[in-house]
Design a binder for this molecule. Sequence first.
Ligand code: ADP
Ligand code: MG
Length: 304
Amino acid sequence: MLRIDNISFAYEKRTVLESIDIKAGRGEHVSIVGESGSGKSTLLKLIYGEYDLARGEIFWGNTRILGPKFNLVVGYDFIKMVAQEFDLMPFISVEENVGKYLSNFFLEEKKERVKELLEVVELNDFAKTKVKFLSGGQKQRVALARALAKQPEIILLDEPFSHIDNFKKQSLRRSLFNYLKQKNITCIVATHDHEDVLGYADQMVVMHNSKVIQRGTPEQLYKNPKNPLVASFFGEYNCINGLIVYDFQLKVKEGAPFIAEVEDCYYKGQYYLITGIGVSQKFLFRHPCPIEKGTKVHLEISAW
Ligand code: ADP
Ligand code: MG
C-alpha cells in the first residue's frame, strides 16, 4: 500500500507542499483535487520519485520511493505515471507505442495484451495509425494504454481526460476506472473535475495553499463541504447565514423566508439555473421552468 508520510517540498525557495499525509490501499482510487497551481502535479511527481523530498517519506509497501539524488534511474517498475505532457513516439503506430515496453518473446500474448488495452481506451480502430496523426485526446488515450501495458501495481494519472472531448469522456472514464478496479491497481488521480471523482473515488483529498484542507469519501465532502472552495468543486452554491447551500437545495415556495428578485435565467437541460438578488446577497437556485426577470420569489432551504 501507498503511505505518504508528512512530506514537504519546495521548488527553489517556494514551498509547494507542506506536511502532506495520504494513505492508499491496494486497488484503492484516491482523487487529489485542487485549483490550478495547488501542487497536484508536483505531488504525483514526488510519488513517482521524480524529485527529492524536502521532508517526510513515501513508501509503496516496504519499498521507499527515492528521488534522483538516491536513485540513478528515476521511477520504479511497479509504478506508472501518465503526466500532463505525454511523451509518445510520433513516428510509430498506436499499437507499437502501447506495446513498446512489452517483450517480443511471447508475440501472441503481446498482441492480445495490446488489443485488450486498446479496447479499454476505445482506440482499436486506430491501432495501425501513426501517433503523429492523432488528436490530443487520442494521444492521451494512447498514453493511458501504454502506462497500463506492463500492469503496474499503482498508476498516477494527472488530469487523465483533460484532452478528451465530452462525447468520449464519460464512457472512457467508466471503462478505465472499472479496468483499474478489476485489476486491483491502486490509482491516484489529480483532477479539477468533479465527474472524475463522484462515483469512482474511494477517497478524495482537497489541496489548497500547499496543504490538505479537507479529505474523506466523495459523499462526506459533497454533503459537508468545509468551505466555499470545496463546495465550488462540486457545483453552484450559495452562502446563506454562513451555511453552504447548493443551488438544488434552494426552492421556490410561497411565504418562504428569503426573498429574491430574479435577474437571469439559464437553460441547463433538466432545469433552469436562476440568479436573483436578495436584501443583502445574491441567490442561485434551480427551477423546473424559466422565471421572468424582475419577478419576486420566496426561497427556502430544503433538507437533503
Ligand atoms: P497543479 O498541478 O495543481 O496545477 P503544480 O504542481 O503543477 O500544480 O504546481 C504547483 C506550483 O509549483 C505552481 O505555483 C507552479 O507554478 C509551481 N511549479 C510547478 N513546477 C515547477 C517547476 N518545475 N519549477 C518551479 N516551480 C514550479
Ligand atoms: Mg497539474
